[in-house]
Design a protein around this ligand. Structure first.
Ligand code: CA
Length: 222
């Protein structure tokens, strides 16, 4: 008897099927994904079905002002910017000039460059500045997908910056399955484990961990 209340581990053929009946990736995002696949750090790019899910969430909550913490080549900023209304805004944080140059090129090409404001600086600095600039509780949505050792710091600052009812999405929380292997005592694995445990107990948020791509935690600020 098959077990219908357990999340499926998708093999390639089932994942391809899922994409074939649901992915509506705009051409510009497909091009960006293909160009990024040539980069040595291509694994840092989010999955297209995950991008589409983020776009749906952004529309669902009627987001206008969003944070993208960890830009890389700009896929998540772009997918969110395309989902935002014309007066929407993405504050994008990254330290890498080279990868974000690719991002900027695609944002221009997609006609949403004016919606995205890129801050080349440590994201902690940018987020602290936004708080000092009295922008706490003015954001609707935040996507965290940057260095794992700072996840808790990004989360705490994002929690100050989003409004009640606003949403924080955090990527890579299942960490290729390594979080479930007690033998894996890698520093980043331990950081993600501790982070997941903390959010499980955190009464400031409404929580769901979604087994999409490498694991995506959704935390709505209460
Ligand atoms: Ca990621």
């Amino acid at each position: 008897m098959s077990n219908h209340n357990k999340t499926l581990g998708l093999d390639k053929s089932l994942y391809d099927y899922l994409l074939s009946v649901s992915l509506r990736e705009p051409e510009i995002l497909t091009q960006l994904r293909q160009e990024t696949a040539q980069q040595p750090m291509a694994i840092m790019q989010i999955a297209p079905d995950q991008g589409q899910f983020l776009a749906l969430l952004v529309k669902l909550i009627g987001a206008k002002k969003t944070l993208d913490i960890g830009v890389f080549t700009g896929y998540s900023s772009l997918v969110v910017a395309l989902a935002l209304p014309p007066d929407g805004k993405v504050i994008a944080c990254d330290v890498d000039e080279e990868y974000t140059a690719i991002a900027r090129r695609y944002w221009q090409k997609a006609g949403v460059a004016d919606k995205i404001s890129l801050h080349i600086a440590p994201a902690l600095t940018t987020l602290e500045k936004l708080i000092a600039d009295k922008q706490a509780e003015t954001f609707d949505f935040a996507f965290i997908d940057a260095d794992k050792s700072n996840y808790d710091n990004y989360y705490e600052l994002a929690l100050q910056l989003v409004r009640p009812g606003g949403l924080i999405a955090i990527d890579n929380v299942l960490w290729s399955g390594r979080v479930a292997n007690p033998q894996d005592q890698d520093n980043r694995t331990n950081k993600i484990r501790a982070f997941n445990q903390k959010l499980h107990q955190d009464q400031r948020i409404t929580l769901s961990m979604v087994a999409i791509a490498d694991g995506l935690t959704l935390a709505m600020k209460n």
